[in-house]
Design a protein around this ligand. Structure first.
Ligand code: PLP
Length: 391
């Protein structure tokens, strides 16, 4: 076989087979690796030979996961970390220094927002936010000390899109590094490197695991940047456990199948929700009513699992609706086989002021659904009875 498809390579990639000739990869639960003699050990530490030394640096299971995501994203190199936030932090920590400025999309994951506002400023790293829906304003926000652009698309929880082509062009024109958090779309539905991004970050906790079991993170992209991130992580210690890496790596083998089904189910649910009594509007990238539907078709091949909708009765309506659900889970995660509902204004984004919430399109009645792999008719039945009982 000369040129297998990325999906094939991701399924078949495996840590080197041991003398037992196992078919399924074992868990390399070992803190360190042995050497035959002092010369071999010296050469490994000097980076003259490619060998595992210590599992805070590298481990076969961790490397296997990173390699699979590297292949699916079409990247030069990759590294896997303990969580998605560890991947975000290692990226910032490796690439930014005191005096640098980071330009970030306003709607970003809550912990990333907290990192920018509470942690990085203490080390002299400043940031400003750009609005996803106003690409014409982005260029003017680049400062002389801007080093990195960071964005997430689709955004959480509003399900707005950021134009990756425009962002890639801006990064190229102003000579900036562009990093994209691709947790929602996964490489199955969106490959940011093809639009000019230099790094792609994943919370593997979400769709890569896909079954709500373990935490993990991955960063892939340009080899020189990934090397810096690896060096930073190897010293600061956010190492992914071999067990979690093993779970996540096996999960990658079904990622395409799961994402296609998530998207199919989410589309059915989104279509059904449109026009239901009590629902003001529904946001899902591949609904023709999404204001950025054309952009969705340009940069994504599927809409993914996550949709949001606004209930007409505001905050109390949102809470009543969640209380009325009988099957869907109320939990902080997303990207599970099981459908998950959340009400951002009263939970994940309750700490923001009303003004801050509205700036990222979190209205009081906004509900986010991560559509799972149950029969979509059952998901719709649960939403129907909850809409009726909470009206
Ligand atoms: C969950 C999530 C993160 C953080 O990942 P963890 O694995 O929880 O650390 C970052 N970005 C997005 C978009 C997420 O959904």
């Amino acid at each position: 076989m000369t040129d297998p498809k990325p999906q094939t390579s991701a399924v078949r990639t495996q840590a080197p087979v041991t003398s037992h000739r196992e078919h399924s990869v074992p868990i390399f639960a070992t803190s360190s690796f042995v050497f035959d003699d002092s010369e071999e050990m010296r050469a490994a530490f000097a980076d003259e030979i490619d060998r595992n030394i210590y599992s805070r640096f590298t481990n076969p299971n961790v490397a296997e996961l990173a390699e699979k995501i590297r292949i699916l994203e079409g990247a030069e190199a990759g590294h896997a970390t303990a969580t998605g936030m560890a991947a975000v932090f290692a990226t910032f920590g490796a690439l930014l220094s005191a005096g640098d400025h980071l330009l970030c999309c306003r709607s970003i994951f809550g912990a990333t927002h907290t990192m920018l506002t509470k942690i990085l400023p203490r080390w002299g790293i400043s940031h400003s936010y750009f609005d996803a829906w106003d690409p014409d304003s982005w260029d003017a926000q680049v400062q002389e000390n801007t080093r990195l652009i960071f964005a997430e698309t689709p955004t959480n929880p509003a399900v707005d899109l950021v134009d990756l082509q425009r962002l890639g062009a801006l990064a190229a024109k102003r000579n900036l590094i562009l990093a994209v958090d691709n947790a929602f779309a996964t490489p199955i539905h969106q490959r940011p490197l093809e639009f000019g991004a230099h790094l792609v970050i994943h919370s593997a906790t979400k769709f890569i695991d896909g079954q709500g079991r373990v935490m993990g993170g991955v960063v892939v992209g340009r080899a020189d940047l990934v090397k810096k991130i690896f060096d930073f992580a190897r010293t600061t210690g956010p190492a992914l456990s071999p067990f979690n890496a093993w779970i996540l790596s096996k999960s990658v083998e079904t990622l395409e199948l799961r994402m296609e089904k998530h998207s199919e189910n989410a589309m059915l649910v989104a279509r059904w929700l449109e026009g239901q009594k009590g629902v003001a509007d529904v946001k899902y990238p591949f609904l023709a009513s999404h204001p950025q539907y054309d952009l969705a078709k340009r940069q994504m091949t599927g809409g993914g699992a996550v949709l949001s909708f606004r209930l007409v009765g505001g905050l109390e309506h949102g809470k009543r609706f969640l209380d009325a659900l009988q099957m869907c889970s109320l939990t902080a995660n997303l990207g599970d086989t099981r459908t998950i509902a959340s009400h951002p204004a009263s939970t994940t984004h309750a700490k923001l002021t009303e003004e801050e919430r509205l700036a990222v399109v979190i209205t009081p009645g906004l509900v986010r659904i991560s559509v799972g792999l149950e029969a979509p008719t059952d998901v719709i039945d649960d939403l129907r009875q909850a809409l009726e009982r909470s009206a």
